[in-house]
Design a protein around this ligand. Structure first.
Ligand code: SF4
Ligand code: SF4
Length: 198
């Protein structure tokens, strides 16, 4: 008897509660900025280390590359080689949005975008090639603001020195460049890794 009363009470509560049905697509849901919608690629930061493709549990990241030989700058020095990206694609029909690739990328080349409206009629169109993955970079939100009193990230200091010019930056590697994530100014700049040599 007590169980029946509890069941009726729960039913009545549910009947009188306001419906929370989302009216999508008429009303676009307000998603948290860090939602996992689609993965974006910042090609400039990718060194073709293959770590993301190796760690992906679904094997849905496809990377092709070749090696370029960079002639030695000085006599007697060895030529260097550099990986050049030929293809970078993610098959979102297989992806399970675990985020491992974004986490393991050591060079900040992969980011989550909250965009989710990329449904297709043909499943093969869910494989996004590098150009499309790059386009998603425009939808990646800026990183959250630092806590008050937090130490300035070293990337920011390096970018400030680079903007001020060599006179203001007497130390450090002059060849070091800073690449910011595409989009509005004010986003935290990211420092690209040195090109791998072999
Ligand atoms: S989110 Fe997970 S499944 Fe999807 S591409 Fe990255 S590692 Fe693979
Ligand atoms: S882990 Fe990062 S740097 Fe390495 S291949 Fe993947 S995206 Fe490029």
């Amino acid at each position: 008897m007590r169980g029946l009363a509890t069941g009726l009470r729960v039913t009545l509560q549910a009947m009188t509660r306001r419906a929370v049905t989302g009216q999508y697509p008429d009303v676009v849901p307000a998603l948290p900025p860090r939602s996992r919608g689609v993965i974006a690629l910042l090609e400039e930061n990718c060194t073709v280390c293959m770590l993301c493709a190796r760690e992906c549990p679904d094997w849905c990241i496809y990377i092709d590359s070749h090696k370029d030989v960079i002639p030695a700058r000085e006599e007697g020095a060895r030529d260097r080689t550099r990986n050049v990206l030929d293809r970078f694609a993610i098959d979102f029909a297989l992806c399970m949005y675990c985020g491992i690739c974004v986490e393991v990328c050591p060079f900040d080349a992969l980011f989550w975008s909250p965009e989710f409206e990329y449904a297709e009629l043909d499943i093969s169109d869910l494989t996004h090639e590098r150009d499309r993955l790059r386009e998603w970079m425009h939808t990646v939100p800026p990183p959250p603001a630092l806590d008050p009193g937090a130490a300035e990230p070293k990337e920011l200091a390096a970018a400030r020195k680079a903007v001020a010019g060599p006179a203001a930056a007497p130390t450090g590697d002059p060849a070091r460049r800073t690449v910011s994530r595409g989009g509005p100014a004010g986003r935290r700049p990211r420092t690209p890794p040195p090109e791998p040599a072999s």
